[in-house]
Ligand binder design. Structure first.
Ligand code: HXC
Length: 517
């Protein structure tokens, strides 16, 4: 009995030492900066008392450059399984107090072990990054460790949701693991991601920039699009991750959880009627439309600060998750440019991979024209959204709210790219181009000949508007299944998605497609 309790005592001491991370001094210094420790982060993220740690006693075998004499508790990363709102998740949290959270082979193997467990058991994996990158002393073993993580990111892509929160530095090749996950969270003023830091940038290019400017949360949330969600604090970041997971299934074989809903599925909306009445003359707030449609006005927006000309995010209809893609006419008139196409394409592919039905709200004057967009590859990059919609087999329901012009009409989940139900408001305008542009091309000579050019031009614009700028030609051809009153949009969509619940669609046999990257 005595022997057992001695051994138990020894085990407790070992565990305590490993849990202490980089030691009191470092942990306290860090707490002063307002940051949580690696373990506190896990506590805040997960349901109370749900964390089961794995590999607490794991150690590096590396001996070089003084590592033989160093104690590296838990090898600088806390890994394990836990629950979020009652459902299992796998999590890792890098400990900056231990050798700067740097990644050596054992550290990488710990992460890989929980990634494998997550994939095998079909649960989301969440990585909390806070690291100086590859552990310099471990050389190629550290690089290999990263590559093992990257490989798993790709194997698990589309099988389980993968989420990254950057809670400190994330530099060099280390950025590529988060980049390959589904959603990246950053905390304002705390997170930094870059391929090379400001010093190297200065040495290589002469360019002066600071950490925030180069790779802070705002840079990645509004300019590069690397970051999907920005929080003002770690607490808020964890709350946001929990909320996001609530909309998602555990893996590609399951459906998202159905939430209790008290919003009437038959609710009609005066607001949508008002918006549609004014639509011909006023750009409207697409966010308001989305909120009017969903249960309880909730909308979890993804990439809120990037490519604002298109809005992507999750709502619920009758308690079930729906992914929304909506042109936002308040920015660039809602036109599709490179960033909007890439933002929406990635979102559509995420929803399709994880059985989240898609609602597309269309108000688009076309692709954004000009030399800058052409030379940066609007043809190749704009095609990504088209490809994503053509490929998606989840239920797809589309409502044309106002404009649907040109190629953008085809792209935005039209009947032709296999929209299941395609609706239009009575104020919708579906045509090759807007009246002004069309008349200027078709009747250039006639306008020139007319005694009063402007008067004749206006007459022709009116005529074209009457004839083409409506949803009825498309409805006559069956490209629009029904022209609906704006007020009835929510009940109509609820019935449509309910009907499509058992949709089965085969995809042609092949290894994989070749999306224009
Ligand atoms: C080993 C490291 C380390 C690393 C930090 N430390 N980064 N140890 N390998 N990569 C150690 C420091 O020596 C120090 O140890 C402790 O962590 C804290 O670091 P500080 O520099 O004191 O902290 P701070 O001033 O806050 O600066 C943080 C930092 C800086 C900006 C992250 O440490 C830094 O620039 N580190 C190197 C970043 C980097 O270039 N990494 C390689 C990227 S390339 P002591 O014992 O003194 O407390 C890469 C390739 C991946 O990662 C490739 C994948 C394919």
């Amino acid at each position: 009995m005595k022997i057992i309790s001695d051994k138990a005592e020894a085990l407790r001491k070992l565990q305590e030492k490993a849990r202490a991370g980089g030691g009191d001094e470092r942990v306290k210094a860090r707490a002063k900066t307002g940051k949580f420790s690696a373990r506190q982060r896990i506590e805040h993220l997960l349901d109370e008392d749900s964390f089961e740690e794995i590999d607490l006693l794991r150690k590096t075998r590396a001996r070089e450059f003084g590592l033989a004499d160093r104690d590296i508790p838990a090898d600088g990363v806390v890994t394990g399984l836990g629950k979020i709102r009652g459902r299992s998740v796998a999590v890792y949290s890098q400990d900056f107090t231990v050798l700067g959270g740097s990644l050596g082979l054992a550290h990488a193997e710990k992460i890989c072990k929980i990634m494998d467990l997550a994939d095998k058991t079909g649960v989301p994996v969440i990585g909390l990054s806070d690291s100086g990158g590859a552990r310099i002393q471990e050389g190629v073993d550290a690089l290999g460790g990263y590559a093992e993580i990257f490989w798993r990111n790709v194997q698990s892509s589309g099988r389980i949701p993968q989420i990254s929160a950057i809670l400190g530095p994330c530099a060099g090749g280390a950025v590529y693991s988060p980049a390959m996950t589904d959603f990246v969270f950053m905390v304002r003023g705390e997170s930094h991601m870059f391929i090379t830091g400001p010093e190297v940038v200065r040495a290589a290019t002469g360019e002066e920039c600071d950490f925030d400017e180069l790779g802070g949360s705002d840079a990645h949330a509004s300019k590069s699009g690397v970051c999907h969600f920005v929080a003002n604090s770690e607490q808020q970041c964890f709350r946001m991750i929990r909320e996001l997971l609530d909309y998602l299934p555990q893996n590609y074989r399951e459906l998202p959880r159905v939430k209790a809903n008290s919003d009437d599925p038959k609710r009609e909306s005066e607001t949508l009627d008002r918006i549609s009445r004014r639509a011909a003359r006023h750009a409207f707030d697409t966010l308001e439309v989305i909120r009017e449609i969903g249960d309880g006005a909730n909308f979890l927006e993804v990439h809120q600060d990037w490519a604002r000309n298109i809005l992507c995010g999750f709502i619920r209809l009758e308690g079930r998750t729906v992914g929304v893609v909506a042109n936002n006419s308040k920015v660039l008139s809602g036109a599709l440019d490179i960033q909007a196409s890439e933002k929406a394409a990635r979102f559509v592919r995420f929803c399709d991979a994880f059985s989240v039905p898609l609602l597309t709200l269309v108000d688009v004057p076309g692709y954004w024209p000009g030399r800058e967009q052409e030379h940066r590859g609007i043809i190749r990059r704009g095609a990504k959204l088209l490809y994503a919609y053509c490929e998606a087999t989840v239920p797809k329901v589309t409502v044309i709210l106002r404009k649907a012009y040109g190629g953008a009409y085809d792209v935005m989940s039209s009947k032709h790219v296999r929209g299941d139900f395609n609706y239009a408001w009575p104020c919708a305008e579906i045509a090759v181009m807007g009246p002004e542009g069309a008349v200027n091309i078709l009747f250039a000579k006639e306008i020139k000949k007319a005694a009063d050019h402007e008067k004749r031009r206006r007459e022709l614009v009116d005529e074209y508007t009457k004839q083409f700028a409506n949803p009825y030609l498309a409805a006559q051809r069956g490209y629009i299944d029904e022209v609906i009153e704006a007020r009835k949009t929510r009940p109509k969509l609820i019935r449509a998605f309910a009907f499509l619940r058992n949709k089965k669609a085969d995809i042609p046999r092949k290894k994989h497609g070749n999306i224009p990257l």
